[in-house]
Design a protein around this ligand. Sequence first.
Ligand SMILES: Nc1ncnc2c1ncn2[C@@H]1O[C@H](COP(=O)(O)OP(=O)(O)OP(=O)(O)O)[C@@H](O)[C@H]1O
Ligand SMILES: [Mg+2]
Length: 157
Amino acid sequence: MAPSFHCSDLRDTLALGERLGALLGPGDTLCLSGPLGAGKTCLVQGIATGLGVDPSVPVTSPTFTLVGEYPGRVPLRHADFYRIENEARLFDLGFDDLLDGAAVVVVEWGERWPSQLPPDRLDIRIEILPSEGRRIELQPRGERGRGLAAALASGDA
Ligand SMILES: Nc1ncnc2c1ncn2[C@@H]1O[C@H](COP(=O)(O)OP(=O)(O)OP(=O)(O)O)[C@@H](O)[C@H]1O
Ligand SMILES: [Mg+2]
């Protein structure tokens, strides 16, 4: 069964992201899905903390560019496919170049164009619960994705 986490408030989401960020290394790719306002960007903020990104640098969804890049223990590249209308546009924006293995790449709404993502990755689905908390489910794809999911589920961070 896919591991999942219950996050009852924003602090839980940030803490889960931070634990995940501490596990990540160069070349790791995460695909975050879930409805508007689910907490994808919040999870990325936690990941940035876990990657050692300077806490005074705000991590916000890249709106006018495809990607925001943040220096850290490993650089973090944060992309958002929400406004990407077709795959050709991703090609024009050079999305491929971001997957050069030098950084951690986290893509919000990545499930819109999954064929553009590497096959070995960790997909993370956030569901908004009626209680207003969130259920965060890991869907690993490939060996590295499975390793990350197992490490996060077992609490090794
Ligand atoms: N575990 C949680 N329980 C309740 N609220 C949460 C939780 N985690 C995050 N939130 C709240 O949910 C909202 C999430 O906003 P965020 O911008 O991260 O969503 P998003 O998934 O990135 O949306 P978009 O698709 O528009 O980019 C924030 O207001 C945050 O405070
Ligand atoms: Mg967002």
